[in-house]
Design a protein. Structure first.
Lengths: 288, 275
């Protein structure tokens, strides 16, 4: 039987996928560790030790990307969790317009990131943009959303949340709908308020949804490139550069070794933050 | 009283979505129908004279009909990538879900890693260059397949688990080999999840910007997302054409959304909860 088993589920089925996946994903990932220690023009390489990494952390225009990447990921992730949870609660209550609301909030997820970035950067124009015109109308002097060095990264993060909140919301909707109705009945018998329902039932029991949203939003935030590139190209100055945009800039400049070092740093940041986070969240889930 | 408050709340919620979600799309729409001078004031008034048709023609004709080429390339890229992805991911999931031996944990780990780790850009270019596929459509197709593979396998594995093993055993006893079992029994049974993989990857690959930017440069091979990028500097003073371009490339995802809304949502949530 074992032989039949092995023949029926032969590894030959896996082979074509494994070859493509290995050559295009795993091999370059492994090679990146080597090439990050070189000066390199795709054909000739010269081993230069830790120079690329030293450059990366010493040059202010590069090291800022490290900080921005983490800030951007934490901010977008946090906002997506909070707004996704609230919208999820709202859209699982018995509203008549909930199908409409669900669709409208979800649709931006499917629109091209570049298009969203261009549209918002136009709407955020400091004097002519409709956002500041609207603020002006109610008597508030709007800031220069993308030109202010302290604000620009958060403006981009805001657009990221606008585009991604629909995804977080549908995960929460799925999570909240899977909570058994006995909990709500018990609460009703005990005479709990709407606040109790939210805080003592929905928040703890939609924990698996929260974990998914945190992990996905956090990974997405760390890897983010398109939106930042479409909106600010890392500017003003280098204030909104993240690791992914620095990789692109170094690649364009022909500094392949440095670009690869950027990739390795991004790899390390992602694994160093995501794996512990993942274990932590899953441990909490077991405790429940 | 309570009912009135509820209705009031709903009205408020709908108004909020109009401001937050309809305005940006309305903004794209009205500006794509203005002339260049009027569009440059960047407001949301209705165009004083509509130019939708002229703008559409102008956008399509720019740079020797680049947009048509881009649509052709994007559609080829999306369709071929999805076709390859489905067969490869379904076959991989078939083996990985049914078999349990000392190699499967390692393989599952590598697939999970693909969901988390960002691809190494320049080394990928180096590898593609080495096998002669850099700057080719086939190369980009294989990249899209490899990068969508982990997500598709997880979806397929989840669904495979629900197909009883008795189905396999019956087929084997009737004399099917693995090949026939997979292609004539398992793959047809996987049809619902295949539909999910198709729509979700169609949207992702059609909207992909980063991979074509790196791995398929050059205006001959341009894809729709890169037309925006190319037009952005060119259209600095012609916002009407830029917005018409955005409008045109938003139509395919919009159609998919209108047709498959439920399936897309189901697919994305299923994949995420398992991932």
């Amino acid at each position: 039987m074992n032989k039949i088993f092995r023949r029926t589920y032969s590894y030959y089925f896996l082979l074509p996928a494994a070859i493509i996946y290995f050559i295009i994903f795993i091999l370059p990932t492994l090679m990146s560790f080597f090439f990050s220690f070189t000066r390199w023009d795709l054909t000739n390489w010269e081993f230069i030790g830790f120079d690329n990494f030293i450059t990366f952390f010493n040059e202010q225009s590069l090291s800022i990307g490290f900080k921005n990447t983490v800030i951007y990921a934490v901010v977008t992730c946090g906002l997506k969790v909070v707004s996704g949870l609230l919208l999820g609660v709202l859209l699982t209550s018995n509203l008549r317009t909930k199908d409409y609301l669900r669709s409208v909030i979800f649709f931006p997820t499917l629109v091209s990131t570049i298009a969203v970035g261009i549209v918002f950067s136009v709407m955020m124009h400091p004097s002519q943009g409709i956002i500041n015109m609207a603020l002006d109308f109610i008597g508030i002097q709007g800031p220069d959303w993308l030109g202010n060095t302290h604000l620009a990264l958060f403006s981009v993060a805001f657009v990221d949340v606008w585009k991604g909140v629909g995804f977080a919301t549908v995960i929460y909707i799925a999570g909240i709908l899977s909570i058994p109705s006995e909990y709500y009945e018990a609460l009703q018998i005990d005479g709990g308020s709407a606040w109790h329902k939210f805080w003592n039932i929905i928040v703890p029991l939609s924990r698996p949804a929260t974990n998914s949203v945190i992990i996905l939003a956090f990974i997405g935030g760390l890897r983010s490139f398109d939106l930042i590139w479409a909106m600010t190209k890392g500017g003003p100055g280098f204030t909104t550069d993240v690791i992914a945009s620095i990789i692109y800039k170094q690649y364009q400049g022909g500094f392949y070794g440095l670009a690869t070092a950027g990739n390795v740093i991004l790899f390390l940041v992602v694994t160093a933050l995501v794996f512990p986070l993942y274990t932590y969240l899953n441990r909490k889930e077991v405790d429940l | 009283m309570k009912k009135a408050r509820k209705v009031g709340f709903e009205v408020l919620a709908v108004c909020f979505t109009i401001v937050a979600f309809w305005v940006p799309f309305y903004f794209i729409f009205v500006n794509s129908g203005k002339d260049a001078r009027e569009a440059s004031s960047l407001n949301i008034s209705w165009p004083s004279a509509t130019h939708f048709w002229e703008n559409m023609k102008a956008v399509i004709e720019v740079r020797d009909h680049m947009l048509i080429r881009a649509f052709f390339n994007s559609i080829v890229l999306t369709l071929v990538s999805i076709a390859i992805l489905i067969v490869l991911a379904a076959m991989a999931a078939y083996v990985l879900q049914r078999r349990r031996d000392r190699f499967t944990p390692l393989m599952n780990f590598l697939i999970l890693a693909g969901l988390i780790i960002p691809p190494a850009i320049v080394p990928t270019i180096w590898v593609m260059d080495g096998i002669g596929l850099f700057k080719t459509m086939l190369g980009l197709i294989l990249i899209e397949v490899a990068l969508s593979f982990p997500f598709a396998v997880l979806l397929y594995k989840g669904f495979m688990a629900a197909i009883p093993r008795e189905v396999d055993e019956a087929a084997v006893i009737d004399g099917s080999n693995g090949f026939r079992l997979f292609f004539s029994i398992i793959l047809p049974l996987l049809q619902p999840v295949t539909a999910t993989v198709v729509v979700v990857s169609a949207v992702t690959i059609f909207n992909d910007f980063t991979n074509p930017l790196y791995f398929l440069p050059g205006s001959k091979n341009v894809t729709v997302q890169l037309t925006l990028y190319n037009f952005q500097s060119q259209f600095a003073t012609q916002y009407n054409l830029l917005f018409m371009n955005i409008l045109l490339i938003t139509i395919p995802p919009l159609i998919l959304f209108l047709l498959f809304n439920k399936r897309i949502v189901a697919g994305m949530t299923a994949g995420s909860v398992k991932g």
